[in-house]
Design a protein around this ligand. Structure first.
Ligand code: F6R
Length: 606
């Protein structure tokens, strides 16, 4: 989604800003822009990729201060005019903004009444004009931003530059902004990992905070005007390999990284002797876990699918109620929060606005939330203050793969931990631990022998729609497979628990309709196979993902076998063929696999 990268220092800014923009690209965007200050503001904006912006830039732009932006349209179509940065009417202020200004209609109307000629359809532009108006009051950039934001309602990660002042003023409310402190230079970014090539010393702005940056100083204050000292965090340099290496796409690279990512996730977190999980970051003792009345898990998209698997694992091992919620619905349904219950916020980016709002809602109502998060130091990780990092390393493809696996693995370790405090025996615990430790190797084995993925691709690539069915713990895997194929190959996909198929989706089946079944060797396999027969009887073509050596392979049109796996951990294997089918189908259809249209990696608006 929208990204910000800013620089203020002794070096020429343009190449630093373009490099910063490239590091933000993976988040998904539709247009870009840059402003460099060199006596005046030199602004360039372009619909399309960073490369397209570069192609319209003059050979050399002098200037040692600037801000760059990637836009993901919310208000106003995708156009050069609507791209950021936005200058103010008299050209004294220029801003970039992430988030949504909810009262922008009123602000724009009052500006128009005051005679301001708005140049874009965005909610953001109004801020530039109001800051300029407020600057005329006392010529104080920070106060001008403060007074402007007091008039605004909504969310912002905002950076403003001033023609007559050598500062960048930054403000955060609900949209991340991180200040990077170099030697005699300052950086600002909406993504901490875009900063690490330049500095590891960062300050995460919190909601309601303002930072005024000069080359060598940052002054921090609240929106109300209270000053405070910076709390510098030192980022890990080694967040992981973020280059493509020999892979053609990040998605394929990340599919192949799953075994190692899983090893990182489980390493040091399994207690073989006690048959227990050891998630230290939860700071929960067995006696606390034994009293938990229920567990609620929150997430969006892929993270929600992982949360549904977590729900089933927790109920199975701990025999306490667990339920997964879609974060974007949660807060608006005025949920009842039990302060003794455990809540988990499951998220790769740690910046998903819907999940962050759900976390805040729980906090507001006296509950506590544990993060199951990939990005260290992200907003949700910090808002929760405790939880589990899933250690997937950087996930750059918009379609989430290795983060899904590690979310499931992290939740399985929690399920084991809470299970051992209640209903799960040491022996059962050890079985799960053995199962988990084998998974990375089993995935490697499967990736060596993937089965007829390309036949499956031929079957789905021109289909009107594809139905994914699974039962029990495979029902969320079906959802995840459908989400992946839909988001990167743009094929309408439907996922249902297999038993529900006959209550509606069966009406869609025609001669040749492709149906993908997920049917590992668990207690519901027989029932899933009945659903498969019902589909076949109506002319559907079956792609079956099943465990090797079972007796059902011959019943499908295409059967893809995975190695034998512990029934509770089967999602970690069955999901892999669905990821490969999505990847190769998108490729066959000429789609942009890593950056599917309209989607963003980090969805920072509600
Ligand atoms: C799907 C996908 C999205 C995300 C969702 C939540 O491949 O990537 O559905 O899973 O936007 O994102 P996070 O996990 O960052 O909260």
């Amino acid at each position: 989604m929208c990204g910000i990268f800013g620089y203020l220092g002794p070096r020429q800014a343009t190449s630093i800003l373009l490099d910063g923009l490239r590091r933000l690209e993976y988040r998904g965007y539709d247009s870009t822009g840059i402003v460099i200050k060199n006596g005046s503001f030199e602004i360039h904006k372009k619909v399309g990729k960073v490369g397209e912006l570069e192609s319209v830039l003059p050979n050399r732009i002098e200037g040692t201060a600037g801000i760059a932006h990637t836009r993901w349209a919310t208000h106003g179509v995708v156009s050069d005019e609507n791209a950021h940065p936005h200058p103010s009417a008299k050209g004294k202020v220029v801003i970039v903004h992430n988030g949504i200004i909810e009262n922008s209609r009123q602000l724009r109307t009052s500006l128009t009444v005051q005679g301001v000629d708005l140049q874009s359809d965005t909610d953001s532009e109004a801020l530039a004009h109001i800051i300029e108006r407020e600057l005329s009051v006392d010529n104080d950039p920070e106060q001008a931003v403060r007074r402007t934001l007091r008039l605004a309602r909504g969310t912002w990660g905002l950076c403003a530059m001033f023609l007559e002042h050598d500062v960048i003023v930054c403000a955060r409310n609900g949209s991340p902004l991180i200040i990077g402190k170099g030697e005699g230079e300052m950086f600002v970014s909406s993504d901490p990992h875009a900063l690490t090539p330049y500095t590891q010393r960062v300050v995460f702005l919190e909601d309601g905070e303002i930072a005024t940056l000069t080359n060598d100083k940052m002054s921090l204050s609240t929106l109300k005007g209270k000053n405070f000292n910076p709390d510098i965090t030192v980022l890990e340099e080694n967040w992981g390999d973020s280059d493509l290496g020999e892979f053609p796409h990040f998605m394929l690279k990340e599919i192949y990284e799953q075994p190692d990512a899983l090893r990182h996730c489980i390493s040091g977190r399994l207690d073989r002797v006690r048959g227990n999980g050891r998630l230290g970051g939860l700071k929960l003792e067995p006696r606390d876990l034994a009293k938990v009345p229920h567990v609620r898990l929150l997430g969006c998209g892929t993270a929600y699918n992982a949360a549904e698997i977590g729900q089933l694992m927790i109920e199975k091992l701990a025999r306490i109620p667990a339920v997964a919620h879609i974060s974007s619905e949660f807060r608006h349904n005025d949920p009842v929060i039990n302060p003794n219950a455990l809540h988990f916020a499951v998220t790769q980016s740690g910046e998903t606005a819907d999940t962050l709002s759900a976390v805040k809602e729980i906090h507001l109502k006296g509950g506590s939330v544990y993060g199951v998060v990939n990005v260290v130091g992200s907003s949700i990780a910090r808002e929760c203050g405790k939880g589990v990092y899933i250690h997937s390393g950087p996930e750059q493809a918009v379609a989430s793969t290795k983060a899904f696996s590690n979310m499931v693995a992290a939740l399985s370790m929690f399920a084991l931990q809470v299970g051992r405090s209640r209903a799960t025996s040491k022996e059962q615990g050890r079985e799960i631990i053995n199962g988990l430790q084998e998974i990375p190797h089993l995935i490697e084995e499967y990736l060596e022998q993937q089965g007829p993925i390309h036949e499956a691709v031929d079957m789905v690539k021109n289909a009107k729609s594809v139905l994914f069915l699974g039962r029990g713990i495979s029902a969320p895997v079906a959802k995840e497979g459908a989400l992946k194929l839909m988001e990167i190959a743009y094929i309408p996909c439907l996922a249902y628990p297999a038993g529900e198929m006959k209550h509606g989706p069966i009406a869609l089946l025609e001669e040749g309709s492709p149906v993908i079944f997920i049917a590992p060797n668990d207690h519901v396999k027989v029932k899933t196979i009945s659903a498969m027969h019902e589909c076949k009887a109506r002319g559907a073509k079956i792609i079956l993902i099943h465990e090797e050596g079972d007796d059902i392979a011959s019943e499908a049109d295409i059967s893809i076998s995975i190695p034998r796996v512990h029934p509770l951990l089967s999602p970690l294997l069955t999901v892999i063929p669905t990821q490969l089918i999505a990847y190769h189908t998108a490729l066959a259809l000429g789609c942009d696999v890593d950056r599917p249209r309209n989607l963003a990696k980090s969805v920072t608006v509600e």
